[in-house]
Structure formats: structure tokens, C-alpha cells
Design a protein around this ligand. Structure first.
Ligand SMILES: Nc1ncnc2c1ncn2[C@@H]1O[C@H](COP(=O)(O)OP(=O)(O)OP(=O)(O)O)[C@@H](O)[C@H]1O
Ligand SMILES: [Mg+2]
Length: 186
């Protein structure tokens, strides 16, 4: 018998959540009863589902990929791409931390709106971690990504603030590595 239930437990997903995830990844329309029948062995698991489960289980949670969106030119779609790719990866069950490293803070505005004021006051924006020795782990903000069907998926945000512009004008050696060093810890 396939270890379907064991796999589902390891992924900490309900039958309904696993159904949604598999449907999203495989572009299928399985219902929860099918999941149930796979789980209790009443129906054989399709090969593509078995393969997908193996992929989900074997993904090393410590393995992190950093994707940067950087371009000297303004208005070329950096923020738009970063936000949409962060959401797309979240939907595919990756754990995403979106870091807004632009002093303009457009991505931050899009996600937290006017909360930016209190985040800044409480030293929860990236400038605090890079310039004021605030631990990087303390500025990670848990966020919910809302799906059109009302479900929410969790992802994380590191907010920006205009004060981050100071990093750009600092000429001390090592300034260019501040962000890399800060995120190496997480
Ligand atoms: N693929 C796309 N197709 C059409 N319009 C787009 C696309 N991507 C982004 N845009 C639009 O282009 C404009 C600039 O996008 P965005 O703000 O993401 O760029 P940016 O590189 O982050 O800009 P900035 O340098 O100001 O930070 C926005 O109005 C956005 O809606
Ligand atoms: Mg931008």
C-alpha cells in the first residue's frame, strides 16, 4: 500500500489542502473523496500523483534559493515581477520570504499599506536590520496571501522604508555586502 497518509502527515496538510495542492500542481480536478480512497487503499494512486508526492516530500526544507530582481533602469517591472513570482511560488507550496530592498518601498506599500508607519517606528523595516543592528529574524513579517476562493496561504515579508536609501550613499567598505550577510543567517 502506498504511504499516502504518512506523506500527507509529513506535509502537515489536510485532505482538502493536499487535494488543492495536487490539483494546482498537476492541473487536475481531483475531489476530496478521491484523496480519501487513495488514502485508505480503495483506489490505486495515479503514477503522476505518486511522483508529485515524492517531489513534495523530498524537497529539502533547508535548501534555499535567492532570486533577485535588480535593474538600474526604473519602471521595467521589478516590483511587479517580484510580487507575482512570490505569490506564484507560495501557491506551489514553497516557503517564500519576499525582501523589499528598494527604498521606494513599493512592494511594501502594496502589502502593508499605511502599516508601514508603525513598522518603521518599531524598527521592523530592512533599514533597521542593515543600519541599526536590529536582528534580521525580528523584522520578518508573517503575511497571508488570499486566494480567490477565500483560502489563505502564508508567506513572509521583510519591509522596506525610505531610510534604506542611506545604504546606497554609504561609501564604507563592506556596505555592499550588508544584505547578503544579514540574510545568510536565515
Ligand atoms: N508584464 C507587464 N506588462 C505590462 N505592464 C507591466 C508589466 N510589468 C509591469 N508593468 C507595469 O509597468 C509599470 C512599472 O512596473 P514596476 O513598478 O513593477 O517596475 P519597477 O522596475 O519596480 O519600477 P521602479 O524602478 O520604479 O521600482 C507599472 O505600472 C506596472 O503595472
Ligand atoms: Mg519597483
Amino acid at each position: 500500500m502506498h504511504r499516502f497518509k504518512e506523506y500527507r502527515d509529513r506535509l502537515s496538510l489536510s485532505q482538502s489542502q493536499l487535494k488543492d495542492l495536487l490539483n494546482e500542481r498537476l492541473n487536475r480536478n481531483y475531489d476530496r473523496h478521491t484523496i480519501s480512497r487513495w488514502e485508505n487503499g480503495k483506489q490505486p494512486i495515479p503514477a503522476e500523483v505518486a511522483t508529485e508526492l515524492e517531489l513534495l516530500i523530498n524537497r529539502d526544507p533547508r535548501e534555499t534559493t535567492v532570486i533577485s530582481f535588480a535593474n538600474q533602469k526604473g519602471g521595467v517591472g521589478k516590483t511587479t515581477s517580484a510580487l507575482n513570482i512570490a505569490f506564484a511560488l507560495t501557491r506551489l507550496n514553497f516557503r517564500v520570504l519576499l525582501i523589499d530592498a528598494d527604498p521606494q518601498a513599493s512592494a511594501t506599500s502594496a502589502l502593508v499599506g499605511s502599516d508601514i508607519v508603525s513598522l518603521y517606528r518599531n524598527k521592523k523595516t530592512l533599514d533597521a536590520a542593515l543600519l541599526k543592528d536590529e536582528p534580521i529574524t525580528d523584522i520578518i513579517l508573517p503575511k497571508d496571501y488570499e486566494l480567490s476562493d477565500g483560502r489563505t496561504l502564508p508567506f513572509s515579508l521583510i519591509s522596506s522604508h525610505i531610510d534604506l536609501a542611506e545604504v546606497d550613499v554609504r561609501r564604507e567598505p563592506g556596505t555592499e555586502g550588508l544584505l547578503r550577510e544579514a540574510i545568510a543567517k536565515i
